[in-house]
Write a protein that binds this ligand. Structure first.
Ligand SMILES: Cc1cc2nc3c(=O)[nH]c(=O)nc-3n(C[C@H](O)[C@H](O)[C@H](O)COP(=O)(O)OP(=O)(O)OC[C@H]3O[C@@H](n4cnc5c(N)ncnc54)[C@H](O)[C@@H]3O)c2cc1C
Length: 399
């Protein structure tokens, strides 16, 4: 019987985990290890692009890549992790319940928005999944059929983090393309912070404010959302904004499967992992990407729920889970560099370096970097074994 490495999830972390594990088993000429990815679809859904128009295009096929690298794919959705018996129960594509045994498990099921605001579930949109972003896009296109009104022409984006800012700064142009240039569209970011871009470096906040002002994106600051209904957003201070389009971008939590593993989790539900990305207290379970709480360096920084971290966490975890079975030395995860590249719609983009977010490029120059990252760098490698394995090496340069 082959030793089974089971990877749950085919996102950035899961895909790279599979390739990296396949690379190491190939390097050691081990045919007695099977690497299986279980996920609902055999495609990499490029979540960082879900704020853009044309969202149905942002998924890259994975079957040719997995075939070229000897990774087995099973379509399904994990429901229960039976830690004691080392098996995962899942729903097949036909909704049948089935089980898979593992010798080593890699949890890579990502994150999801979990808004706790009353009414959000029923009345708010989001760009968290391909389906929900497509639903928003369809709604935006249908606005033109509604009677002209303040509420029709106003979009409220709840949450002024990166996703909220990227979406809000893109929206004025998207709305004008749908409603016409003469329509007085309003895009408002509602955020708890007292300053625009509050949680980021002063340098970056200055740029975000400048771009927001030039694009006409408004900020409702110190805004505590009380509830959302079909007419708009109500704030705890009594303010109300009438809007037919309220979009939630806050409240992201790790996949609920993390709760099935008896181990320490952080406030976002991420499992604490050691330097080899093994879940603390478990010998045969690893966590990676948005479900992992991992130290990136010895300065106290931890991985964020970003693609940039998920890709590297995936490459390291795949290597280490395979090394564990092979008996090779693991590579402790380390990711010292941290950059951000924030799209600011028609204004351009801003690129920063370091954890203190020093601004290095803005406007058209920043946009070029953004496009290179989101349209190329984060996509899967070519479905050719040598190219994929070279890219999956955890020590290959990234950012
Ligand atoms: C709108 C938006 C914009 C973003 N912008 C940026 C950005 O500019 N830069 C950046 O670095 N990051 C950005 N991010 C964050 C980034 O997309 C995530 O950090 C990244 O996708 C995490 O990768 P992951 O592999 O851990 O999870 P995901 O990419 O979410 O992949 C999870 C995988 O698990 C699968 N899965 C889920 N549940 C199950 C289950 N029960 N059983 C089996 N499989 C399951 C999913 O289908 C998927 O294949 C953005 C995210 C969003 C939503």
């Amino acid at each position: 019987m082959k030793q089974q490495i089971l990877i749950l999830g085919a996102g950035f972390a899961g895909m790279w985990a599979a390739l990296s594990a396949a690379r190491l088993t190939d390097l050691h000429d081990r045919n007695d290890i099977e690497i299986t990815v279980l996920a609902p679809q055999p495609e990499l859904r490029v979540r960082p692009r879900f704020y853009e128009a044309g969202v149905e295009n942002f998924a890259a096929p994975l079957l040719p890549l997995f075939a070229a690298t000897g990774v087995k794919f099973i379509a399904g959705s994990a429901k229960e992790i039976d830690v004691a018996n080392k098996q995962v129960w899942y729903h097949t594509a036909q909704k049948q319940l089935a089980a898979l045994h593992y010798d080593r498990l890699v949890l890579a099921t990502g994150s999801q928005i979990n808004p706790i605001v009353p009414g959000a579930h029923e009345h708010a949109f989001d760009v968290d999944t391909l389906e929900s972003a497509a639903h928003l896009e369809e709604h935006l296109h249908q606005l033109v059929e509604q009677p002209d009104s303040y509420a029709r022409n106003t979009v409220v984006v709840c949450g002024g983090g990166f996703t909220g800012i990227e979406l809000a700064t893109e929206l004025p142009a998207r709305l004008r393309a749908i409603l016409g240039n003469e329509t007085p569209v309003r895009v408002i970011i509602a955020d708890r912070s007292p300053v625009v871009g509050g949680r980021y470096s002063e340098d970056l906040c200055t740029v975000i404010k400048q771009a927001s002002d030039e694009l006409g994106v408004e900020w409702q600051l110190e805004a505590d959302i009380a509830s959302i209904n079909e007419h708009g957003v109500k704030f705890k201070n009594g303010d109300f904004i009438a809007s037919n389009t309220v979009i939630m971008t806050m409240g992201v939590q790790a996949s609920p499967l993390t709760a099935q593993i008896p181990a320490t989790r952080d406030s976002q539900g991420r499992l604490h992992v050691d330097q080899n990305l093994k879940v603390v207290g478990h010998e045969d379970i690893y966590a990676t990407g948005d479900v992992a709480h991992a130290r990136t360096d010895d300065k106290g920084n931890t991985a964020l729920m970003t693609c940039q971290h998920a890709i590297m966490l995936g490459r390291f975890v795949g290597n280490n889970v395979a090394a564990d079975i092979i008996g090779a030395n693991p590579l402790p995860y380390s990711q010292v560099n941290y950059v951000t590249c924030l799209d600011l719609g028609a204004w351009g983009a801003v690129y920063t370096e370091g954890w203190d977010q020093v601004v290095k490029s803005t406007r058209a120059e920043g946009k070029k970097i953004k496009i290179a990252i989101t349209n190329e760098l984060i996509y899967p490698p070519k479905p050719e074994k040598d190219i994929a394995f070279a890219a999956a090496d955890p020590l290959a340069p990234f950012v």
